[in-house]
Ligand binder design. Sequence first.
Ligand SMILES: Nc1ncnc2c1ncn2[C@@H]1O[C@H](COP(=O)(O)OP(=O)(O)OP(=O)(O)O)[C@@H](O)[C@H]1O
Ligand SMILES: O=P(O)(O)OC[C@H]1O[C@H](OP(=O)(O)OP(=O)(O)O)[C@H](O)[C@@H]1O
Ligand SMILES: [Mg+2]
Length: 281
Amino acid sequence: MLRIAVPNKGALSEAASEILKESGYRQRSGAKELALVDIDNGVEFFYLRPRDIALYVADGTLDVGITGRDLLQDSGAKADEVRNLGFGRSKFHFAGPAGKYTDLAELEGKRIATSYVGVVEKFLAARGINATVVHLDGAVETSIQLGVADVIADVVETGSTLRAAGLATFGEVILESEAVLITREGADHGDDYEVFLRRLEGVLVARSYVMMDYDIRADQVAAATALTPGLESPTVSPLHREGWVAVRAMVPRKGAQRLMDELYGIGARAILTTDIHACRL
Ligand SMILES: Nc1ncnc2c1ncn2[C@@H]1O[C@H](COP(=O)(O)OP(=O)(O)OP(=O)(O)O)[C@@H](O)[C@H]1O
Ligand SMILES: O=P(O)(O)OC[C@H]1O[C@H](OP(=O)(O)OP(=O)(O)O)[C@H](O)[C@@H]1O
Ligand SMILES: [Mg+2]
């Protein structure tokens, strides 16, 4: 059986279970369930802290896992990213009292509070900056007010937690993160793994593409299909109306509205987009 680690709590947990459900796998019915066997699909799921998942996967205890890129890098575990999953996006930043810091060189000699000691120490070493790293489990924004740190290094999503604490980021983004699928380097997990990957890929493509249909005059087909080339090639079917054809192609969801405007501009009519729920390419 393929053994898969899924975040049990936190920012990645719900979205991870959601994508697995969309991919046709059983998921647990309550947060207290720690493991679940999906016999029909030959897969066993283990619900674990996202921070621990890379370690289980790297040592071969589990075959595949969903975790955050930042957590994977922080752990230093020898697991590989197989696929980015498009949710749980965040940026890792240094931050201090608003207006007080502008440059990362100012970190020299400071006390830096973080839950991501691995990421921060690697960054400081690469820049040759000497600073003291203070390890906290969470709520790091409060540590400055409480006097245990001068600056923090943390995950920023909307920025509202920083603002509420009177803090602001400074310097460049240290790391752009999102949920990723990880596995052990060089591992061969067999057919159930290949099916798992194809199913996930199908859902990810379905999320980022829409199906577009439109009617157009036959003499404009070349121009229109240049705009909507599809994945393999667009379907062009005759219409009852003389000199017109119907075209069907998958197009990226992002930019679909602009594409509809352009198609309309070259004479296409009855332009429709519809969601795709799953696919195999
Ligand atoms: N708003 C967010 N807050 C925290 N982590 C986020 C956020 N958005 C995305 N993430 C990502 O989620 C992962 C952190 O997961 P984790 O479960 O440790 O977070 P958490 O929400 O802080 O959970 P908890 O605090 O309940 O332990 C990281 O990969 C991080 O980049
Ligand atoms: O930019 P934002 O949208 O405000 O999100 C980022 C905040 O969310 C997370 O905290 P969480 O709620 O997980 O609490 P924790 O620090 O105790 O883990 C993270 O550590 C930041 O504090
Ligand atoms: Mg947290």
